[in-house]
Design a protein around this ligand. Structure first.
Ligand code: CDP
Length: 226
């Protein structure tokens, strides 16, 4: 008997819970497409800041999300990136990680029209199958028909520590308390917004990664794929 792994895998959870690390390893192991949907919200936030659009102007930010083509392509450089993120041919991969993007992305992602524009693109890609899609609302809204849903959680302190280590490795300096405050604020906005808030899908498998390292989380989820 051949066992077919789940074709559509949704991974949701709060900021820095290890979703991307897990999603990427799973996609590589299964030969699936890895799609980190947070990139799209980050890309629109970066562009709005660059164009000096008032982030409080919902209609303007929504129009921007509706008109902008975000391209996600295979990594062209071995500098730690998972993909190249392009807008109008410009490589904005690392710009999407800037602190000012991170500080504002939850404002942009709370807008109904922004979510409608981006989640319909995500849904179209996800429905093709053989995909690991990572975000906040994949199992609840974007792909409720997903074959396997994981909700990956960890305490705010543990998540802030992981983000701290990541930033230190990349740039050498970071402030733990500031990161903790920002991660907590983003979680608050993401979980209390009206449209597609961060929450556990009823049929999701909840994994608490406080006591598990990345390999252990991966092994647990791989076991669910068999
Ligand atoms: O990597 P990290 O978990 O810190 O964040 P991310 O997955 O890149 O997502 C950045 C932000 O985009 C989140 O804080 C949410 O506000 C928003 N987002 C969302 O609303 N829905 C998604 N499916 C993915 C991200």
């Amino acid at each position: 008997m051949t066992i077919t792994p789940p074709s559509i895998i949704a991974i949701d959870g709060p900021a820095a819970s290890g979703k991307s690390t897990l999603g990427l390893s799973l996609a590589q192991a299964l030969g699936y497409l890895f799609f980190d949907t947070g990139i799209m919200y980050r890309a629109i936030t970066w562009l709005a800041l660059k164009l000096d659009i008032d982030l409080g102007a919902e209609a303007k930010v929504t129009a921007l999300a509706e008109q902008t083509q975000i391209d996600i392509e295979p990594a062209s450089k071995a500098d730690g990136r998972v993909n190249d993120i392009l807008i109008a041919g410009e490589d904005i991969t690392w710009e999407t990680r800037l602190p000012e993007v991170e500080a504002n992305v939850s404002i942009v992602s709370a807008y109904r029209g922004v979510r409608a524009a981006l989640s319909s693109q995500q849904r179209r890609i996800g429905q093709r199958g053989k995909v690991v899609m990572v975000g906040r609302d994949i199992g609840t809204v974007v792909l409720p028909e997903a074959d396997l849903k994981i909700y990956l959680d960890a305490s705010a302190e543990e998540r802030a520590k992981r983000r701290y280590d990541e930033i230190i490795a990349r740039s050498g300096t970071a402030d733990y308390n500031e990161i903790l405050a920002k991660v907590s604020e983003r979680d608050r906005i993401d979980s209390t917004r009206d449209v597609a808030p961060l929450k556990t899908a009823d049929d999701a498998v909840v994994l608490d990664s406080n006591q598990l390292n990345a390999d252990e989380v991966f092994e647990k989820v791989m076991a669910l794929c068999k």
